[in-house]
Design a protein around this ligand. Structure first.
Ligand code: NAD
Ligand code: IPM
Ligand code: MN
Length: 354
């Protein structure tokens, strides 16, 4: 039996709660549909770990992780410790250190899921957001002068490189080419941010020449935000910079029913370093510990991981099980208007897989 070794970082808040359900579903599917054995190494790296050790991960943590084929991640962030530590010592450096430059975030309106927009049919909203994940507005470049005084000055610099823009745009064009609608929308704010996003536009115009079979165009992010609500069905593949991709994918999650359904993959396409799979949502301190978080975003993220591991049948089975559970509608967590628990939702997926 093929064995795949996966690192699991549940993290904080609802992270470990939803990841437990993702593990169950992926394990059952991999064994049944691809005859594969998934071996999980649970790593306790989190805010609790930080409070005990003064750091988010051990000194050799980044080396440890390289031994795994993939990383399944819950979320980090806790009100008792600044995000400047939790998020900035674990999540964001992981994306950069392992060059996970493709952040793929699908948004799909499943049958049986209440849509906040009137008159939308299942499957009518079906987009793949390709978010640049290693540079742009998230570049760790900047600083503070005269902190704590009224003369304080803060500088936060965006970094856009031709190579960085080109590789995410090409990844998005390749995906668009394989989809029935073959449509791609590049999103910037180059009317205001003329240098960084102006470069993005230049690269977009250069790269699109290689993809004349794709119906490509660009939109400014303010107008795009409006259209994500007004006519989300008009989008197919969307490609955006780090910050805009972040914001737009909470929006695409909301219009497809719940952030509790939004999955993501942080991919290093060269496979030189492990890729990481996590729900779009965070640690949700407001519902943590109550056992009511929707685990399906994590389950669908595990399906993206199965795809990455080459276990395509297992990935498809997990997605089909999720679609079945949602369509039946008997088991729904509160974000979907029901009263089921996280575990009951996980049970329903496992039952559908069996
Ligand atoms: P959040 O995504 O954690 O929560 C936003 C809202 O969505 C909350 O009302 C929450 O209850 C709800 N929600 C989120 N996931 C849900 C689920 N699975 N089921 C049902 N409802 C769900 O965003 P936030 O409150 O802005 O951030 C909380 C913390 O998480 C912060 O510290 C933030 O920095 C961090 N964060 C981490 C990640 C990550 O590690 N990948 C992602 C986003 C936010
Ligand atoms: C996400 C999160 C992170 C991001 C935060 C926690 C820095 O919102 O993964 O979407 O903005 O990338
Ligand atoms: Mn986000």
């Amino acid at each position: 039996m093929a064995v795949h070794r996966i690192a699991v970082i549940g993290g904080d808040g609802i992270g470990p709660e939803v990841i437990d359900q993702a593990i169950r579903a992926a394990e059952v599917a991999a064994r049944k549909h691809d005859g594969a054995d998934l071996q999980w190494a649970k790593l306790p790296w989190s805010t609790a770990y930080y409070k005990q050790h003064g750091r988010m991960l051990p000194e050799d943590g980044w080396d440890q992780l390289k031994a795994y084929e993939a990383i399944l991640f819950g979320a980090v962030g806790d009100p008792s410790v600044p995000d400047k530590i939790t998020v900035h010592e674990l999540l964001l450096p992981m994306r950069r250190k392992y060059d996970q430059y493709v952040n793929l975030r699908p948004a799909y309106l499943f049958a049986g899921v209440p849509c906040p927009l009137a008159g939308k049919k299942p499957g009518e909203i079906d987009m793949l957001v390709y978010r640049e994940n290693t540079e742009g507005e998230y570049a760790p470049v900047g600083g503070n002068l005269y902190p704590g005084t009224e003369n304080q000055i803060a500088v936060q610099t965006g970094v856009f490189t031709w190579k960085g823009c080109e590789r995410i745009l090409r990844a998005a064009f390749e995906a668009a080419r394989k989809r029935p609608r073959k449509k791609l929308t590049s999103i910037t704010k180059s009317n205001a941010q003329v240098y960084g996003l102006g470069l993005w536009d230049d690269v977009f115009h250069a790269v699109r020449k290689d993809y004349t079979d794709v119906d490509s165009g660009s939109l400014l992010v303010d107008a795009a935000a409006m259209d994500f609500v007004r006519k989300p069905e008009s989008f197919d593949v969307v490609v955006a910079s780090n910050l805009f991709g972040d914001i737009l994918t909470d929006l695409s999650a909301a219009v497809t029913g719940s952030i509790g359904l939004a999955s993501s993959a942080n991919i290093n396409p060269t496979k030189k370093f492990p890729s990481m799979f996590e729900p779009v949502h965070g640690s949700a301190p407001d519902i943590a510990g109550k056992g009511i978080a929707n685990p399906l975003a994590a389950v669908l993220s595990a399906a993206l991981m199965l795809d990455h591991l080459g276990l395509a049948q297992s990935a498809a089975a997990v997605r089909a099980a999720v679609a079945h559970v949602l369509a039946t509608g008997a088991v729904r967590t509160p974000d979907l208007g029901g009263s089921a628990t996280t575990t009951q939702m996980g049970d329903a997926v496992v039952a559908a897989l069996a």
